[in-house]
Design a protein around this ligand. Structure first.
Ligand code: ADP
Length: 877
């Protein structure tokens, strides 16, 4: 609620375009489509449409003040001291906000332009989802990526930065891979140059900010380097994207640049590619109902620090493609796995550490507080202790050996900050008190003077009580009057008499207030000492911040190492908890999993005391496609997903929920669920299902892994079966990837006759005393029947309906036996490959005709005839 006193809300004389309105409109023009927070005293005010939008989002009162063009001006406001919370809600709701601050004090304004002068204001910062650094506006466990895109030629440059930690990366991607790249980055804000197609959510910026030459200069200027060779051989589109990103950050900070580390250049094929649909379907970083709970990340995450949690999320979002790097991570996890005592010790040490990376981000962005410096000090101190402990261990894994030195070298700074800052420094600097006693003798004596002054005032109070005989006399302090003597109203007259030494200042309902020369003098001493002490503290703060700025890269490297150690120890912890095993890797595209489990389903079952049934999976080039049938609720989806998750975890460098797992690296992972499973999400489901399936057929390679769950379910039985049939054939013949295909179309099992790398499997079920028992066990061979009615009975359909369905089924099955059923005649189909060739031949005949054509030699009439001819040829074949 807006609880501002009315006097703050008044906008004097707004009926004509007052100087204030002129100033406001100029700032609003600069703010563009961002909401303008216009600072007036202790409030940020919003006007016109901004006010309407903010009032609706924040649920605060919309008022109006003054007039513009003869109409009342809508207005709302938020108090400055609680603005952060309101900002968070506006940003979450998709707004961006421009902050216009007063850039001079009212006194300065008066000196400049007389008593009526308007205080100068300017936009000091744009607050947008991708440019936040405040802890309260960010999730500690998630990265917050700002992404700039720049198309050059047939490639798109992608620049991504998380300015809360300084992480900065560049990549060049083909348009077809952009979606997966954006999905990996989970961008909270995307900026694109004018004219960039198909990005309705993106922020559009001037084209000339996305220029490769400009980008190169911007990188050189920002990092103060002469050559960009240190970053790697950047392509033009990467330079252009970097330029766009840096320009946007400069705009958002109004010239104040946030923390960026030297960019890391990413090759797109460094990562297992996972598109958004697959991420959603596997619930990797977020569950399908939204939020983190129930996701793979939440299930795996045992990290202790914010930095570790962000690193784990990034690792799971972008599993690796390089066996060497994966094994290096796994070796570190194993080291912690096999040494539980060490793991515990490291984890308790990490528990004490603050989030250095984010504190550093704020300091570099110019928004650092004494508390941030204290956090950096304590974090680095902890890092030093951890380094000593780990450095003393024998047989360190290679990754640790390489990383440990980055924890060194801050000793002198930590010692300095320990002397300079109090144990837990405050966020606010206004009251001082963050520089430690004993650090600066001059500051100490100023503080002493203040303290002496306060003591002197206490003595004065005692003396006045004696002298006046008023025991209720008090010396008090408030912001308006400063120090004053106060007595109850009935004693007021005694102090009023001339020569009493007291001068009257104020009469209240129950009390009278006075001044005295002695009190005035003491008060002056206190304020002066206080003011000087504050200035001295501020000067020290500046110096400490300067030190952090100078060492920022080394501090960031320490923070990264701590995060990596946290992730490895956490994965080891999770593996030990769940009895997971270290995966191994083969050179050929196989997937051999023994005793695999779905980590999320297993945990959910464990909560209700149920046991998860582990299942094996064995895919190899000559047996690369498993068709899994069986009743609904039998465990097909769970089986499919657990294998995809095991692949993902393994390539991210984690142990996996299985007794053993061996796989050939997967280049792309796809997961699709038949439409009806998604109905609850209210999409036009069959279309979505087909669009997604089309993407798989177009993109999956021999090294990909695909899980397809009930594809074809979203349409009528005949269509659905036909589509499922053709998709299985296509995957087997054209994509040749590893694939698990779950289906309730029993007819598909006939494909085993024609597709030699396809094998049949089913989830076991049996009927026991008339009831269905789902075993959740994957067995070889096709399911004996579909058990649909048994599942319906299990679900509680009334007995008469079940009995009737049984009768109908018997009738249908009799019909099927006589006619050959749904799949009658499918046995006569030519092979998929032959059908492909035929289609190819058709196209070729047309192509031949077209290539032989000399268009310039045709008359319009001939051209038209030819068009008819071509169309006929296409249709007739
Ligand atoms: P389907 O895809 O065959 O309809 P699901 O995979 O959705 O079946 O599984 C249905 C339910 O069965 C799950 O929610 C889970 O509670 C249980 N379940 C699945 N697989 C297992 C398993 N391996 N062990 C124990 N319970 C399982």
């Amino acid at each position: 609620m807006d609880q501002r006193p009315a006097k703050n809300a008044s906008l004097p004389g707004m009926s004509a375009p007052t100087p204030m309105m002129v100033q406001y409109l100029a700032l609003k023009a600069k703010a563009g489509d961002c909401l303008l927070f216009y600072r007036m005293g202790d409030f940020f005010e919003l006007f016109f449409d901004d006010a309407r939008a903010a009032a609706a989002t924040l649920d605060i009162a919309l008022t109006s003040r003054g007039e513009h063009d003869g109409k009342p001006i809508p207005m709302c406001g938020v108090p400055v001291h609680s603005a952060e919370g309101y900002l968070a809600r506006l940003i979450k709701a998709g707004h961006r906000v421009a902050i216009a601050e007063q850039t001079e004090s009212p006194e300065q304004a008066k000196q400049r332009g007389g008593s009526k002068a308007l205080v100068a204001r300017d936009i000091v910062r744009f607050v947008t989802a991708g440019t936040l650094t405040e802890d309260s506006l960010l999730d500690s466990w998630a990265s917050n990526n700002l992404v700039a895109l720049a198309p050059v030629g047939d490639m798109i440059g992608v620049a991504a930065a998380d300015i809360s930690t300084g992480h900065f990366e560049l990549a060049a991607v083909a348009p077809g891979a952009l979606e997966a790249e954006l999905a990996r980055l989970a961008a909270s804000e995307v900026v694109v140059p004018e004219g960039f197609a198909d990005m309705s959510e993106a922020i559009v910026r001037p084209r000339d900010e996305f220029d490769s030459t400009g980008g190169e200069s911007a990188l050189k200027a920002h990092f103060a380097i002469n050559s960009i060779d240190a970053i790697g051989a950047l392509t033009r589109c990467e330079l252009a994207a970097a330029g766009g990103l840096i320009a946007y950050l400069a705009h958002a900070g109004q010239g104040k640049m946030p923390f960026l580390k030297l960019p890391v250049r990413r090759e797109v094929h460094e990562h297992l590619l996972i598109d958004q649909a697959t991420r959603d379907s596997l619930e990797i970083n977020a569950a399908s109902k939204g939020g983190r709970a129930g996701s793979l990340l939440a299930e795996v995450d045992r990290t202790i620090t914010g930095g570790g949690a962000r690193q784990l999320a990034a690792d799971l979002a972008a599993p690796l493609m390089d066996k060497g790097r994966i094994e290096e991570r796994l070796a570190l996890v194993q080291w912690f796995h096999d040494a539980p005592l060490l793991r515990d010790a490291v984890r308790s040490a990490l528990r004490q550490l603050p989030d250095i990376a984010r504190a550093l981000g704020r300091v570099v962005a110019g928004r650092g507080s004494p508390r941030d410096l204290g956090q950096i000090r304590d974090g680095l101190d902890g890092a030093r202790a951890l380094r000593e402990r780990l450095g003393a261990m024998a047989d360190q894994p290679a990754l640790l050996d390489r990383l440990l030195p980055t924890l060194d070298g801050h000793g002198a700074m930590v010692d300095w900050f320990q002397r300079a800052l109090v144990a837990s420094p405050p966020t606010e600097t206004g009251q001082g008190g963050y520089i430690a006693e004993g650090y600066d003798a001059a500051l100490d004596s100023l503080r002493l003077a203040g303290r002496d002054g306060r003591q002197a005032i206490a003595q004065l109070e005692a003396r006045y009580r004696n002298a006046t005989g008023v025991s209720a006399l008090k010396i008090r302090h408030n912001a308006v009057l400063g120090y004053f003597v106060e007595v109850p109203a009935k004693h007021g007259d005694a102090l009023m008499v001339a020569g009493s030494g007291f001068t009257h200042r104020q009469t209240m309902a129950g009390a009278v207030r006075f001044n005295s020369p002695e009190l005035h003098e003491e008060a002056l001493r206190i304020t002066q000492a206080g003011g000087h002490a504050l200035a001295a503290e501020a000067a020290h703060l500046e110096e400490l911040i300067g030190e952090v700025m100078a060492r920022r890269d080394a501090i960031a490297a320490s923070a990264d190492t701590l995060a990596r150690i946290d992730v490895a120890a956490a994965l080891a912890e999770r593996a030990a908890e769940g009895g997971w095993s270290r995966p191994s890797f083969a050179d050929h595209p196989c997937l051999e999993i023994k005793g695999g489990r779905h980590p999320v389903v297993e945990s959910a079952l464990a909560k209700s005391g149920d046991r998860f049934i582990a299942n094996d999976c064995a895919l190899a080039p000559e047996r690369r496609l498993w068709l899994v049938s069986g009743p609904n609720m039998g465990g097909k989806s769970t089986f499919l997903r657990q294998n995809a998750l095991i692949v993902l975890l393994a390539q991210a460098g984690s142990y996996v929920p299985a007794t053993s797992a061996k796989l050939g690296l997967v280049d792309r992972l796809f997961s699709r669920v038949g439409a009806s499973d998604n109905l609850a999400r209210g999409r036009s489901t069959f279309m979505v299902e087909m669009v997604e399936t089309a993407a798989i057929l177009a993109q999956a390679t021999e090294r990909s892994f695909v899980i397809l769950d009930e594809v074809g379910r979203g349409t009528s039985t005949y269509d659905g079966l036909a589509i499922a049939w053709a998709v299985v054939e296509g995957i087997h013949e054209a994509n040749r990837c590893r694939c698990l295909f779950a289906t309730h179309y029993h007819e598909l099992t006939r494909l085993a006759d024609s597709l030699d790398a396809l094998s049949l499997h089913h989830v076991r079920a049996k009927e026991y005393k008339g009831d269905l028992v789902l075993m959740h066990e994957v067995a070889d061979g096709p399911a004996d029947r579909s058990y649909g009615i048994a599942v319906a009975k299990l679900a509680g359909l009334p007995p008469p309906v079940i009995a009737r369905a049984q009768t109908v089924l018997e009738k249908l099955e009799k019909g099927r036996a006589e006619t050959g059923g749904l799949a009658a005649g499918l046995g006569d189909l030519p092979l998929f490959s032959a059908a492909l060739d035929a289609a190819e031949a058709k196209v070729d005949a047309l192509r031949e005709k077209l290539t032989g054509l000399d268009i310039d030699a045709l008359s319009p009439r001939q051209a038209l005839d030819l068009l008819y001819e071509l169309k006929k040829a296409a249709g007739e074949d």
